[in-house]
Design a protein around this ligand. Structure first.
Ligand code: TXA
Ligand code: MG
Length: 299
């Protein structure tokens, strides 16, 4: 595959229209995008990532109106949340229209829709003239990329460089197919969304029970270096290691912490250490997204 890195939205849009793959910036992490209405193009995403075909993709839109056109049903709660949080790090799962090929949603009758907040992402969708299906631009089970430099060279036909991702962890995923159900925490605190639409149930973590949601996979990035999530007073094992403590090596605030989390894991994991010791952040709504990613990384 030819590999081009650049800053031209026009070139990137031409690659999308040709049925090929573009890695592009969003405010959460970089995505690996294809024309969401072209099943053959979306096939290339699964092949490039080594992603199981049972794992549905998020479809990125450039407006609430584009979301309306892709949803078979658009609940009031979806309208309320989209008007409040889009463009932004919230994915809404709703019943899909037939125009979205089954490969995009892993055969599910529902689709995850999100309007990303990065200006280049919105320009790309607009210039391509189609919604863009995109998972994070990493190989399956590797760490999500938060810079263009993190994107593995062989994945995409074009990498659109939009600088470091501002949010730093993947979007909050909320299903509105039945009663509201949180499928993946992100940086938006749950009580804030509940204040707008009422109670939201929380899905069991993947692999932990019978209530697993379709499309949730337990397998996730785990650094090669053993990572320990430690409570206050707990100590890491002997050997050479690195700490990630709040207000010391890491920011004190959840949003700032999320913004540098993957970059930090990337860097520390490359140092050949015996351990990475992470001071466990508080179990509060603000920290839910960060805590979820740390738990997965700790295994
Ligand atoms: O921030 C993000 O969400 C990034 C950027 C690129 O937008 N994308 C991302 O995609 O993280 P991915 O493929 O790594 O994660 C998509 C998540 C998965 O947990 C998947 O199961 C869930 O969204 N998902 C997508 N469509 C779904 C559906 N129809 N039903 C249930 N879950 C769905
Ligand atoms: Mg991913």
């Amino acid at each position: 595959m030819s590999f081009v890195k650049g800053v031209s939205v026009a070139e990137a849009a031409a690659v999308i229209r040709a049925g090929r793959l573009v890695a592009f910036p969003t405010e959460t992490v970089y995505g690996l995008g294809a024309n969401a209405l072209d099943g053959a193009a979306v096939e290339r995403i699964f092949a490039a990532k080594g992603r199981p075909r049972t794992s549905p993709l998020i479809v990125h839109v450039d407006s609430v109106e584009m979301a309306h056109d892709l949803a078979a049903r658009w609940p009031d709660a979806a309208e309320t949340l989209a008007r409040r949080y889009w463009p932004g790090p919230l994915t809404l799962v709703v019943p899909k229209r037939a125009v979205i090929p089954d490969i995009v949603t892993a055969g599910l009758a529902t689709v995850g829709l999100r309007m990303p907040a990065h200006p280049l992402a919105l320009e790309l969708i607009r210039a391509a003239g189609v919604p863009i299906a995109a998972p994070s631009a990493n190989r399956f089970s590797e760490l999500s990329p938060t810079t263009a430099g993190h994107v593995p060279e062989s994945l995409a036909d074009y990498v659109l460089d939009g600088g470091p991702a501002r949010v730093g962890i993947e979007s909050t995923v909320l299903s509105l197919v039945d009663a509201p159900l949180l499928l993946r925490p992100g940086v938006i605190p749950l009580p804030e969304m509940e204040a707008l639409i009422g109670p939201i149930a929380v899905a069991a973590a993947p692999g932990t029970g019978p209530h697993e949601s379709p499309g949730m996979h337990a397998r996730h990035y785990r650094p090669a270096t053993p990572l320990f999530l430690l409570l206050p007073g707990e100590r890491p094992p002997l050997g050479k290691g690195a700490w990630m403590r709040m207000g010391r090596e890491m920011p004190e605030n959840a949003l700032d912490y999320a913004a540098v989390l993957y970059e930090t894991l990337h860097r520390l994991d490359a140092q050949g250490l015996d351990w990475i010791a992470v001071e466990r952040p508080p179990d509060t709504p603000e920290w839910a997204g960060v805590l979820d990613r740390l738990r997965r990384a700790a295994g």
